[in-house]
Ligand binder design. Structure first.
Ligand code: MLT
Length: 264
């Protein structure tokens, strides 16, 4: 990985391959390696940039709250530091999608297209906000293990959990490797994120919306409604996947991404 100083923090990123740039933005509470299969495949034709977001993986941790807008500004700053001036395709999963809405809002001229996987446009409900508070207290007191225990059954589908222990172990490792303060800062940012539903009709670039048919967090129905509101969006459903489509069904997900990128 390469490291860049961006807006006062050190951000680590994969930068592999040559061609039109594709930015892969990971989910919470993971790191860039959730994209390993896509990095290997897409780098054959594209320049693939897959950072660890602030507070995750090998990137620097900052305390307090990191808003979705701050993450988006970090990514724009990273592209500047890397000298990437041409338009990119932004591809984010879940929290990576929440950040994607803010990236569009603030940095739309930098975009050739967007891929939104297993994400939500609405803000947190009062119930979810209350559960975020419990998660913050828990992670600061006991570290990432309880977060892994709570989240893995929601992130991965039941078939993946039953039949792919190596996938479960890989996700578990990623969660445990993260710093408790970085996790807490991102939870606060997700808790405080705005409702982006009104933005969807304003997104005027080619968009691919990807959802695992078994996604328990951002359901098929919710993702269908997101795709219906974005003028140039196409929806692809991934069989046998829950919330982490790129990890659970890497071949199907990569094929969907490649087909979209080839049409741009
Ligand atoms: C994610 O996968 O990024 C998280 O599930 C998002 C969330 O907790 O809202």
């Amino acid at each position: 990985m390469k490291t860049f100083q961006v807006r006062g923090v050190s951000l680590a990123t994969v930068d592999r391959g040559k061609g039109r740039p594709v930015l892969l933005v990971h989910a919470f509470p993971l790191d860039h390696s959730m994209w390993d299969a896509q990095i290997a495949a897409l780098a054959q034709r594209h320049r693939v940039i897959a950072p660890d977001l602030r507070g995750f993986g090998r990137s620097e941790v900052t305390d307090g709250t990191v808003t979705m807008e701050q993450f988006a500004d970090d990514l724009a700053g990273l592209l500047d530091e890397m000298g990437v001036a041409e338009p990119i395709v932004y591809c984010g999963v879940s929290m990576g999608g929440y950040i994607g809405w803010q990236f569009y809002r603030k940095h739309a001229p930098r975009l050739r297209g967007m891929i939104l996987c297993d994400t939500r446009a609405i803000a947190d409900t009062p119930e979810v906000r209350a559960s975020r508070k419990e998660m913050i207290d828990r992670v600061l007191a006991d570290g990432p293990e309880p977060i892994a225990q709570t989240m893995i059954p929601k992130l991965l589908s039941a078939p993946t959990i039953a039949s792919h222990p190596e996938t479960v172990a890989g996700v578990h490792r990623m969660v445990l490797a993260n710093d408790r303060r970085g996790i807490a800062a991102a939870i606060r940012g997700m808790r405080d994120r705005p409702d982006c539903t009104p933005l969807l009709a304003e997104i005027h670039c080619p968009c691919l919306v990807v959802v695992g048919k078994l996604d328990a967090i951002s359901t098929l129905e919710e993702m269908r409604s997101i795709a219906a509101k974005i003028p140039e969006a196409k929806l692809v459903t991934i069989a046998g996947a829950g919330h982490l489509t790129p990890v659970e069904q890497p071949a199907q997900t990569t094929a969907a991404l490649e087909a979209f990128l080839a049409r741009l």
